[in-house]
Design a protein around this ligand. Sequence first.
Ligand code: FAD
Length: 605
Amino acid sequence: LADPVDPSHALFDRFVQAQTCKETQQNFIELCRHLEVEPRDYKHFYSKLKDRLNYWKAKDLWQKIDKRGAHPDYEQGQACHQNKCLVLGAGPCGLRTAIELALLGAQVVVLEKRLSFTRNNVLHLWLYTIRDLLNLGAKKFYGRFCSGSIHHISIRQLQLILLKLALILGVEVHTGVTFEGLQEPSGSTGWRAQVSPASHTAAAFEFDVFISAGGGRCVPDGFKIKELRGKLAIGITANFVNRHTKQEAQVQEISGVARIYNQQFFQALQSEIGVDLENIVYYKDDTHYFVMTAKKGSLLKKGVIKQDFSDVNQLLAPANVNQEALQKYAYEAADFSTDHGLPDLEFAKNHAGHLDVAMFDFTCMQRAENASLVKERKGKRLLITLVGDSLVEPFWPLGTGIARGFLAAFDTAWMVRSWGKGVPPLEVLAERESVYQLLSQTTPENTSKNYAAYSIDPSTRYPNVNLSSIKPMQVKHAVLDAHLHRLYDTEDDSVRRLEDLLSWCQKNTAGYKHVKVKDLSESWRSGMALCALIHNFRPELIDMSCLDEYNITGNNKLAFDLMEKEFGITPVMRAREMTTCGKIDQLSMVVYLTQIRTALTEKHT
Ligand code: FAD
């Protein structure tokens, strides 16, 4: 195709095709400048960009984003429109979470200490993550996405796709900025971050949600860590240049050959070249990527590890590793396992310009005991939560990193949604922990197969999830504030508050025709009960005799409009949805009715 005539089209193409983090950011800035759209105007940025860029190549991307954004969970970007979220880390999980938070309407700022995305390593993807990324337009950004026989993507390509989407949705991403710690509120300022360089504008950002997605072992204060120690496991990764020739294309990928399944292959590998492995994986992506678990004995014999130590840190300390022998070891394993089919194997370069081969220990895996906590200082509450490897370190041979990482990103977004709706902190935390309990057991088999229905709502992904398996009182330790503890001193508190609300509603709607309040969900569908409540306190606002109980949309619209106009209460859903939605969300209704009770009783006492 010829170059587009309209400069904004060419800029958009350059942005979409950018192959580095820097190029992506620069093209994005140029595109915004050219179209005169201000990325910091995060609430309107995406719709303005869409309006001003009338380009056929962008249209199917808009369609995909609009389809996702139209999901009722996001409430047209209103669910979290007052929340400000800081995300630590632009790894795949931090960026995926940022995208969801932006769809919920929150202001989102991401801090990333690195200046570039350089990780060649290739991740195996579960089917649901592929579907998720395709639905977000991954192929638009990376045409080769999942076109091979095994589904995978390099970490850097995945980051590039997610970065582009995040920018389009108005997320502010700062690279070259290191998060150093939280800065407690003082005077009239809220929670902020200490960053390096200290003068960076991100230091002034005040937020009420902090997402820690800094990768393995980057866990903020207040979280307890569990360590799972297995038998000694030494991993080796190696990336070789992929020239995308016909000959390279013909070589078969290896989707995780474990020793127990192919004794013969591993015995031959050992006897012929002295490389002794537990397993090996080979994926053909941007690079030829190999990852293997090597036995200590053969590493010692081949001179990769110089001296034997029982302490694994000493064993794999850089001074105890012979880099050249390691390169040879990885090279021979790669060459042998592909039956010498890859011509001219040449190591790719890593971020430091060195040959991309690395050895690492995964004997010990970490997992946070709780996923989130709440801090309150000077009356300012902060929700702190972990996602990705910092929540649960993955076991790479099972490819759980991105699959569980994205599940946690969605669960986190669901929690922030409740936070944004004003659900009390202990209830927010209890629900999050109830869902988190399932994460480490998730497999492609026990998660829902209905990928098309996946949303941030945990019940769309985890069959039979019990959102209240953990009770608010059980997470009291996760609220790091004495004042909040006093508010929740009895176990029955949340139940009692719901009962109070229900009986207040019943008392104030008693005797109205076609109104019978039995619960805090379905009883409100016809809109009659809401109108009755208003009428009970402000009879001059509504003529009840004119209402038709079957005009669900009309009654709800009347009540929602009056509540907004007279009392400044934003509706929880659109009137039309009261007719069409399958089930009325009790959580939303409770938040709405609580606000109504406060407004009506304040005005009338
Ligand atoms: P990361 O990708 O680690 O990103 C964290 C980001 O935070 C980084 O960019 C970092 O620079 C930044 N950061 C950290 N601290 C700060 C700070 N203080 N300030 C600012 N920024 C900061 N997963 C799979 O799903 N399938 C696989 O096949 C697979 N294979 C793997 C093979 C190997 C050898 C390894 C090591 C991992 C593998 N994984 C696999 C796991 C996968 O790489 C991780 O799960 C995934 O990258 C985690 O994403 P994340 O966003 O949580 O963290």
